[in-house]
Design a protein. Sequence first.
Length: 353
Amino acid sequence: MDLESLGWSPFFGEAFEAYREAGFVPLRVVAHQGNLYTAIGEDGEFSGRMRYECAQMGDFPAVGDWIVAKINPENGTMFIRAVLPRRTKFTRARLNKGAYVGEQVVSANVDVLFIVIGLDQDLSIGRIQRYVAQATPSGAEIVIVLNKSDLCKDTDEFVVSMKEVVGGVPVIISSAMTGEGLDEMLSHLERASTGSLVGISGVGKSTLINAILGDGQLKTGEVREHDSKGRHTTTHRQLIILPNGAMLIDNPGMRGMGLDGAEEAVSGMYEDVEAIMRQCKFRNCQHVTEPGCAIKDALASGTLSKDRYRSYLQFQKELLVRSYGKKYRSRIRSEVSRAMKRREESLKKMRNG
Ligand code: GDP
Ligand code: ZN
């Protein structure tokens, strides 16, 4: 397999130069199970573990990552020396007993993130909006896939109101059963580009990949791995090469999008913003016109970036709206929107940030 077909580009080549002399090779991670990684490159498929220290959770290799590896072609093993810088990364908050402990990279170097939602589920525009908000910093193109259309005939109204909320994000109606929408998904993926399917379990991510692969193929097939002691283990390949030369990453065993479990911990994710808020002079400060507002000061001095504050407000808005019953939601939503607008206007008045 040549590297370009796996998504290699000068961006990675440049970062890899420092390692070339020392006999390392670049490989792309296609699966991992715990600390055992499987990756492919010019000389085939290898598996092994990391041999470097991770300062943070985000330094661990993820599926889609390009790693710097020393391979042993004799027995198919390798060890990982480093992870090359990522073009894009989709992360989720990692919680420990409800407390935010860091960002974990779910998939790396993805060109298109397909947010898959099951039309047979309890549909919530707010939830989809949060998924989009979570996916936006990844740097990948975002596409919403509403799957299982065969189970749900009447989606028009929902789709129309959702499109208003998510702005220009493409929405695909699909069915892994009837094949609806699969070509449209593929149209976002050219040769050597990488897509990743995210969404809670049961929405049909694996079934969609299998349907795209077509029948008869060994689908989300097993890969043989050799652990450090040479034993064979098997795991599911997560990065799959499609017939058109594009790649798709499945994210099996991802119970939530990261946000579901993190909802209560949203405040934990915005510890920095909330620490600043506690310094406002008034406890009920709205951070708009009040004197002694620490948020305004932090925004003005650049200690708090406007983008970070905006994303905090967005989360707050959704949480607030959701905490009300259906009956009041639309009223609350417009009220909250007005409050957001006032904050937005006061943000605009500030010069830097
Ligand atoms: P994943 O956890 O997101 O990978 O979901 P799976 O691919 O395992 O699918 C979960 C279940 O939904 C399976 O029983 C699938 O057969 C079913 N499923 C997936 N896609 C569709 C679809 O488009 N229509 C219908 N009716 N069922 C589907
Ligand atoms: Zn304030």
